[in-house]
Write a protein that binds this ligand. Structure first.
Ligand code: AHR
Length: 332
């Protein structure tokens, strides 16, 4: 409770600090308790991509729960996988005079014009999970995200070891143009480039969802059957697509996890369950519990405190050898 009061009080003073003069805002005040001065409730707009994966749902819950815990008035907008909806949401947040914006951008490009408007309105922007491509990085305050290149590299190094540095790998990419799809591909390719007898024979987007992963894997299996070639492993940019791919492999009469090695990224509970049943071999964690760090950043930005341009969330790799011991500890 004490922490909440402190944060809101700091934020209240900080609106003045940040902008030099106080912005007119739609905030309301909370009647003071005994020995308290009136507190202002801050309003934060959160533009989320959608609900394409278990990871995304966990991230949304983390931001929502943290807002509730801190007494922040959260304006939540679900873009339903459309960047244009996110652009509209940011415009609405400006019109609503929010104190700060948390943005999980679907893709890297196309943000500059709206972020210029947000900056002109003196609203700090906290990017969570994915980055943006802008010519001027003052258009956002800070980015809190995993190192996606490192995640791809970890998956590639693990797979090279598992396959004794030889094999034919198919890749199911995330959403085209999204930072994790671009960077996870890059890291994985970097890892495989050290091994001459390993190659990515096919690569296609499954849009970070289960149905997409299944559909892409079905096409890969069909092509392999047609050309009489063997797929040794599938690398999916997230667990949901890997789970879809597992279904496609089973429907093709093969055993995921042994006939075809399956490696993916996220570390969600369903991935641990699939590792326990032997169908998924490995998942590199990508932590979606970004709510607390995002609101710490909002508080700091509103208090006029300097923030690093990027905070990297630490991730680790899990394979079947640790899945049983760790499944009980997973929070998402
Ligand atoms: O940006 C993070 C990625 O987006 C997660 O790996 C994926 O599951 C989500 O949809």
């Amino acid at each position: 409770m004490e922490r909440k009061i402190l944060m809101v009080a700091v934020a209240s003073a900080a609106v003045t600090l940040l902008t030099g003069c106080k912005r007119e805002s739609s905030e309301s005040t909370v009647a003071p308790g005994p020995n308290e001065s009136p507190r202002k409730i801050i309003t934060v707009g959160f533009s989320q991509i959608g609900a394409e994966s278990a990871w995304r749902t966990a991230e949304t819950a983390s931001v929502r729960n943290e807002a509730a815990r801190r007494g922040v008035n959260l304006k939540f907008s679900d873009a339903q996988q459309k960047q244009e909806n996110q652009l509209k949401a940011l415009g609405t947040f400006i019109a609503q005079n929010v104190d700060a914006i948390i943005l999980a951008p679907k893709v890297e490009d196309g943000w500059e014009p709206i972020l210029k408007q947000v900056k002109a309105a003196k609203i700090p922007v906290i990017l969570v999970d994915r980055g943006v491509n802008v010519s001027d990085d003052s258009l956002y305050t800070t980015l809190i995200a995993s190192d996606f290149v490192a995640e791809g590299r970890m998956a590639g190094d693990w797979l090279a070891k598992k396959l004794s540095a030889r094999g034919d790998v198919v890749e199911i990419q995330g959403t085209t143009g999204a930072a994790p799809a671009i960077e996870r591909k890059k890291g994985f390719e970097e890892a495989l480039s050290k091994h001459h007898d390993m190659k990515i024979s096919k690569s296609q987007s499954g849009d970070f969802n289960r149905a997409g992963g299944k559909q892409v894997m079905e096409a890969f299996l069909k092509a392999a059957q047609g050309s009489n070639t063997k797929i040794d492993a599938v690398y999916a940019h997230n667990d949901d697509m890997a789970l879809g791919a597992i279904q496609a492999i089973e429907e093709a009469g093969l055993k995921p996890g042994s006939d075809i090695v399956v490696v993916s990224i996220d570390g969600v509970k369903a991935a641990f369950e699939a590792m326990l049943s032997g169908k998924l071999n490995c998942s590199v964690e990508c932590n979606p519990l970004l709510g607390p760090a995002a609101f710490d950043a909002v508080g700091a930005a509103l208090a006029g405190k300097p923030l690093p341009k990027k905070t990297i969330v630490k991730d680790q790799l899990f394979d079947q050898s640790v899945a049983k011991d760790l499944i009980g500890t997973r929070q998402y």
